[in-house]
Design a protein around this ligand. Structure first.
Ligand SMILES: Nc1nc2c(ncn2[C@@H]2O[C@H](COP(=O)(O)OP(=O)(O)OP(=O)(O)O)[C@@H](O)[C@H]2O)c(=O)[nH]1
Ligand SMILES: [Mg+2]
Length: 489
C-alpha cells in the first residue's frame, strides 16, 4: 500500500496501514485509495476525507448493553484489566463511557450541547463526575491498554422495564434506554448481557439497534451464581450456565451468533490483579469444612471459621462460587488461584470470540458506515460527478463483496426480517470455506459443495420471480452473482 494519492499541498486522508494497529486488509486498502482521491479533489473534501479516514483507521467500537445489574461494568473492567468502571450492588452506571486505547491516560466529558471538556482522572480508578449526569452525553476515557488496542469498549447504563411510576425512576429508566440507544448508534458491534433468560423488551430493544446477528454476541453473565447457586447439591452453576447458554443461543439465533457463559466477577478479580497471598491463605484455611459449615461461613453475621471482614473480602473478590470451589486450589498460592479464577470465569473464550469473529463483523459494520458516509457525500456535494466515479470504483473492487453482502443483510433484516434469503446471506458472510458457505461441514467433498451451490442457485433464481421487497431484489441479484461465480470457480 503506497502513500496517499492527494496532490502536493493537500492533506492526505489520515491514518494509513499502521494507524489502526491492525494488519492491512484489502477492504481498508480500497477505501484508503478512494479517500485519498477524494482528498485530492481539494477544498472542503480534504476535511471530509480526513473525517471519514478517522472512522476507517480507529478501532471498531463494541457497546456493552443489558439489563440493570447484569454485570456490564464488571465485565468491562475484566476485559480492560483495570477497575476503571464503577461497579456496585446498588448504584448504577448512569453515563455512557467510552474506553479507548490512548496515551496519556485522560478523560473528557461530552455534554448534550456537544461541548467537550477535559476532567481530572486517576488512571486506575473510575471517573468521579462533579456534573449532573443528565447533562452528559458521554464520557470519553483514554487508557494506554493493549487489551483495547483493537476494540474500543462502551459501557452503558442498564436497561430496566418501567415498573415504577415515580418520576425520578421513570426519567432514569427512560434515560437508560435512550442513552444506550444513542451510544449504540456510534458502535460497530454489541455484547448483550443477560443473567437469565432475556425479557421480551430486552430482545425487542436489541432488534431496534439494527445490528445483525453476526455482530451481536450474547453473554450469559454471573454464570457463577446461575440456577440454584454453588451450594445446590444438584448442579455446578458454571456447568448449568453453559448448558443454558447453549439453549439460549438456539432460542435467540435470530439476534445473536453465540451465547457465552461468563462469570465477570471472577474474571475481573483475576484480570485486575486483586488476589494476594493472604487472600489465598485465608481461602485455603476453609478447605476442611463440610457443606453444612459452609452455610454458616457464607450466611452468618459472625462466622466461626473466619473473621467476618476476611469472609466479606473473599466474597467481594471471588463470590460464593470462588469461596466454596476455590478453597483447595488456593493452597497452591495466589498465582494458582488467580489462574483458576481466570480459567473458570469463561473470559478466555469471550476474549477469543471478541477479537476474532466479533472483531471481523464489527470491522465490516464500520465499512458499511463508511459507505453510507461516502454515499451521502455523493448525494450532497457539488463535486458529485467526480465523487460518484470514485465511490463507484471503491464499490466495484472485488474485495468489497463481503461489505456489500453485509449491507444487503442489514437492509433485509430491517425491511423484510422473515425473508428466507437472510439465511443465505448469513452463511455466505460467516463461512470461512465454500463448504461452510453452503451450510455443509468442512469435511464435505467438492462434489457435494458443487451440488449444494447448484441447488442454492436454482432456488435463488426461482425466488427472483417472486421477491417481496427492493431489499430482496438487491439480495437476489448479489446471490445469483456469487453462486454463479462459485459454480464456475
Ligand atoms: N457473583 C457474581 N457477581 C457479579 C458478577 N458480575 C457482577 N457481579 C456483581 O453484581 C453487581 C453489579 O455489577 P455491575 O458490573 O455494576 O453491573 P452493571 O450491569 O454494570 O450495573 P448497572 O450499570 O447498574 O446497570 C456488583 O456487585 C458486582 O460485583 C459475576 O459474574 N458474579
Ligand atoms: Mg454498570
Amino acid at each position: 500500500m503506497g502513500a496517499p494519492m492527494g496532490p502536493p499541498g493537500h492533506a492526505p486522508a489520515p491514518g494509513g496501514p499502521q494507524a489502526g494497529g491492525m494488519p492491512q486488509d484489502p477492504v481498508r486498502a480500497a477505501f484508503h485509495r478512494g479517500l485519498s482521491q477524494v482528498a485530492g479533489l481539494g477544498g472542503d473534501l480534504v476535511g471530509h476525507a480526513n473525517r471519514i479516514g478517522g472512522i476507517l483507521w480507529s478501532p471498531p467500537r463494541v457497546v456493552v448493553v443489558g439489563r440493570i445489574k447484569a454485570g456490564k461494568s464488571t465485565l468491562v473492567n475484566a476485559l480492560i484489566g483495570a477497575p476503571v468502571a464503577e461497579t456496585a450492588a446498588l448504584e448504577a452506571t448512569n453515563v455512557v463511557t467510552i474506553y479507548e486505547n490512548g496515551a496519556p491516560a485522560r478523560a473528557e466529558v461530552v455534554t448534550l450541547d456537544g461541548n467537550r471538556a477535559p476532567i481530572g482522572v486517576d488512571p486506575t480508578r473510575p471517573v468521579q463526575l462533579s456534573q449532573n449526569p443528565e447533562e452528559i452525553a458521554y464520557v470519553h476515557r483514554y487508557l494506554p491498554s493493549r487489551a483495547i488496542q483493537h476494540l474500543t469498549l462502551i459501557d452503558t447504563p442498564g436497561l430496566a422495564t418501567l415498573s415504577n411510576n415515580a418520576k425520578a425512576t421513570r426519567r432514569f429508566l427512560i434515560d437508560g434506554f435512550a442513552q444506550t440507544r444513542s451510544a449504540s448508534a456510534d458502535a460497530d458491534a454489541v455484547v448483550f448481557l443477560f443473567d437469565s433468560t432475556p425479557r421480551a423488551d430486552e430482545v425487542a430493544f436489541l432488534r431496534e439497534l439494527e445490528f445483525t446477528p453476526l455482530n451481536t454476541l450474547g453473554v450469559l453473565s454471573r454464570a457463577d451464581s446461575f440456577g440454584e447457586g454453588v451450594l445446590s447439591r444438584w448442579r455446578d452453576p458454571l456447568e448449568h450456565a453453559a448448558e443454558h447458554a447453549g439453549a439460549l443461543a438456539k432460542q435467540l439465533s435470530d439476534s445473536v451468533f453465540a451465547v457465552l457463559p461468563v462469570a465477570g466477577l471472577l474474571a475481573e478479580t483475576s484480570h485486575t490483579g486483586q488476589v494476594t497471598e493472604s487472600d489465598a491463605r485465608a481461602l485455603h484455611s476453609l478447605a476442611g469444612y463440610e457443606p453444612l459449615d459452609l452455610f454458616d461461613i457464607l450466611e452468618s453475621d459472625r462466622p466461626t471459621a473466619i473473621p467476618g471482614d476476611v469472609r466479606d473480602r473473599l466474597l467481594d473478590l471471588v463470590g460464593e462460587y470462588g469461596l466454596v470451589c476455590g478453597r483447595s486450589i488456593a493452597g497452591q498460592g495466589a498465582y494458582a488461584l488467580n489462574s483458576w479464577l481466570s480459567e473458570r470465569s469463561g473470559i478466555q473464550a469471550l476474549q477469543h470470540t471478541l477479537y476474532t469473529v466479533l472483531h471481523r463483523f464489527a470491522a465490516m459494520h464500520r465499512c458499511e458506515r463508511i459507505m453510507v458516509e461516502l454515499d451521502s457525500l455523493v448525494y450532497n456535494h457539488p463535486a458529485r460527478d467526480y465523487l460518484r466515479g470514485i465511490v463507484h470504483a471503491i464499490r466495484a473492487d472485488p474485495a468489497m463483496e463481503p461489505v456489500l453482502l453485509y449491507r444487503s443483510l442489514r437492509s433485509l433484516l430491517s425491511a423484510d426480517p422473515h425473508s428466507p434469503l437472510i439465511a443465505d446471506l448469513r452463511l455466505l458472510l460467516a463461512g470461512t470455506s465454500d463448504a461452510e458457505r453452503m451450510g455443509l461441514p468442512t469435511s464435505a467433498s467438492p462434489a457435494d459443495v458443487v451440488a449444494a451451490v447448484n441447488a442454492r442457485l436454482g432456488w435463488v433464481q426461482q425466488r427472483a420471480l417472486a421477491t417481496t421487497s427492493a431489499a430482496e431484489d438487491a439480495a437476489v441479484a448479489q446471490l445469483i452473482g456469487i453462486y454463479g461465480r462459485m459454480r464456475r470457480g
